[in-house]
Design a protein. Structure first.
Length: 479
RNA sequence: GCCCCCAUCGUCUAGCGGCCUAGGACGCCGCCCUUUCAAGGCGGUAACGGGGAUUCGAAUUCCCCUGGGGGCACCA
């Protein structure tokens, strides 16, 4: 088995592309075959190196490694279509010489007219084949004289292309609906259909796994393969990814680039896991699994044929699962990087505080980037009180008394750790006959500035005695 | 307009003729736990688009309708 993922570097790698790459990976890794990463960059105007790099980065980030292709080389190099232009032209010329393709001189105006008339008559819009039987010698002469001409494939007529799609079963297209399509433009460059099909043949691809949007182009690709007398390729068309509105996922649904998700604090493992679920199920009522586990179970014929809506809520939930499952050390190191990006180089004190609070923060965030507001109060002395929290908590009847009493007890505390702090504060609650909500929330607001924060006792320990007392006093004085 | 694909809870899905009074997950709603927020536990809400046909028996097979989607370039 040899599969390929062949994105055009005309934009950042998006989640739909990532899903296609993932399914290719899943299909081939369980088969001991090769995964080829190709660059369909024939559109030189829209292609850019920045996008190409982004695709590479995205693939690596997800952990989808490939065997041959861009950045990797291999027996069929180069894997970049822009470097194989001569090859495509030669193939087109050869097909023409063999009578399987022909020159066409129809102008843009003529083509427009054809389409208009065909539609008006309820026929499939498209080229009418007017140069199909044109005298080749005459055609060659006209081209030699400098006239613009494209090369079109001579689609067998009458005829029909039937193939067995690996996820959809038998699909058939009558050739009445497949025009003699252009394979080589008048400027000598190949169309997508030609370049892609030639590469698939040249690179000995056995299975083409791609989005359903290419299903109706498949007859063209099969026809080119047949004209080339190549070994038939198997096709699997994956269901499309849709936005919440049920339309094909695209820019209109916001930034759907993979990088946007990475920057938003999603983990690659969660992304891979979630993407795998869009069109496939692991089975046994299990939907959290690793890439390796998925490889072991994946089957193309188990892929769902119907489109899937990308549900950010579930992705978010899953990301939380992966964050919680992360090792403390790994989480801490990710956290340090993130915090350093925001606050600059961390001081030893900040680092140790981060390390102390990290395990507690890990349990309560869904996005890596959520971490900032949870730990802010530990990184700066300049805490700002959330006005809503302050009014609701600090102006309550028992707030001042709770702070005073806590202050007194904490000052005398012999050992400053979670356990002792909890003991002292529970004694305070007991003494004042207050429940946790009334007695502890004021302390939380006093030290963190908000009624929402990591667990109080742990936070106090991490903050340290001096700063904790200082903050309680500062808050008290504002009452 | 023409061609193709698809059709189970709001969403992702399990189901491949009887195990289905349709299972799981996300979301949502309760309750419990609880110092906040989470997490966790328990429970609940919610679906086989419609009509025929085949069959002793259809979510599962076939046909039609409806609905949704994709594609119809010298873009990929």
């Amino acid at each position: 088995m040899r599969v390929r993922f062949a994105p055009s570097p005309t934009g950042y790698l998006h989640v739909g592309g990532a899903r296609t790459a993932l399914y290719n990976y899943l299909a081939v890794r369980g088969n001991g075959g090769e995964f080829i990463l190709r660059s369909d960059d024939t559109d030189t105007l829209r292609s850019s190196d920045e996008f190409q790099q982004d695709i590479l980065e995205g693939m690596r980030w997800l952990g989808l490694d490939w065997d041959e292709g861009i950045d990797k080389d291999g027996p069929h190099a180069p894997y970049r279509q822009s470097l194989r232009l001569d090859r495509y032209r030669q193939v087109a010329e050869r097909l023409m010489e063999g009578g399987q393709a022909y020159l066409c001189f129809a102008t843009a105006k003529e083509l427009d007219e054809m389409r208009r008339v065909a539609q008006a008559e309820g026929r499939p819009p498209g080229y009418d084949g007017r140069y199909r039987d044109y005298d080749p010698t005459e055609a060659a002469k006209r081209r030699a004289a400098g006239e613009d001409a494209v090369i079109r494939l001579k689609v067998p007529r009458p005829g029909e292309t039937v193939f067995r799609d690996l996820v959809r079963g038998e699909v058939r297209f009558g050739h009445d609906h497949v025009e003699d399509f252009v394979i080589l433009r008048s400027n000598g460059t190949p169309t997508y259909h030609l370049a892609s099909s030639v590469d698939d043949v040249d690179f000995e691809i056995t299975h083409v796994i791609r989005g359903e949007d290419l299903l109706s182009s498949t007859p063209k690709h099969i026809l080119i393969g047949e004209a080339l007398d190549a070994v038939p390729i198997r096709y699997a068309h994956l269901p499309l990814l849709m936005g919440p509105d049920g339309k094909k996922l695209s820019k209109r649904h916001g930034d759907t680039s993979l990088r946007a998700y990475r920057e938003a604090g999603y983990l690659p493992e969660a992304m891979v896991n979630y993407l795998a679920l869009l069109g496939w199920s692991f089975g046994e009522d299990q939907d959290v699994f690793t890439l390796e586990e998925a490889v072991g179970r994946f089957r193309l014929d188990a892929v769902q044929p119907n489109a899937a809506i990308f549900d950010n809520d579930k992705l978010l939930w899953m990301n939380g699962v992966y964050i919680r499952n992360m090792g403390d050390a790994e989480f801490l190191s990710r956290l340090e990087h993130l915090i350093a990006d925001e606050y600059g180089e961390l001081s030893p004190l900040q680092r140790s505080r981060l390390a102390g609070i990290a395990p507690h923060v890990k349990e309560r965030i869904k996005l890596l980037t959520d971490v900032g507001e949870q730990v802010r109060f530990l990184l700066t002395d300049d805490i700002e009180y959330d006005s809503g929290s302050w009014e609701k908590i600090m102006t309550a009847p028992d707030a001042a008394a709770a702070v005073d009493d806590a202050l007194a007890r904490l000052r005398d505390l012999e050992v400053w750790d979670t356990q002792h702090i909890e003991g002292a504060l529970r004694a305070m609650l007991d003494h004042l006959q207050l429940n946790g909500r009334k007695g502890l929330q004021p302390l939380r607001v006093a030290i963190s500035g908000s009624s929402i924060s990591p667990p109080l006792f742990e936070s106090l320990e991490v903050l340290g005695r001096d700063d904790s007392l200082a903050r309680l006093e500062a808050a008290r004085s504002r009452l």
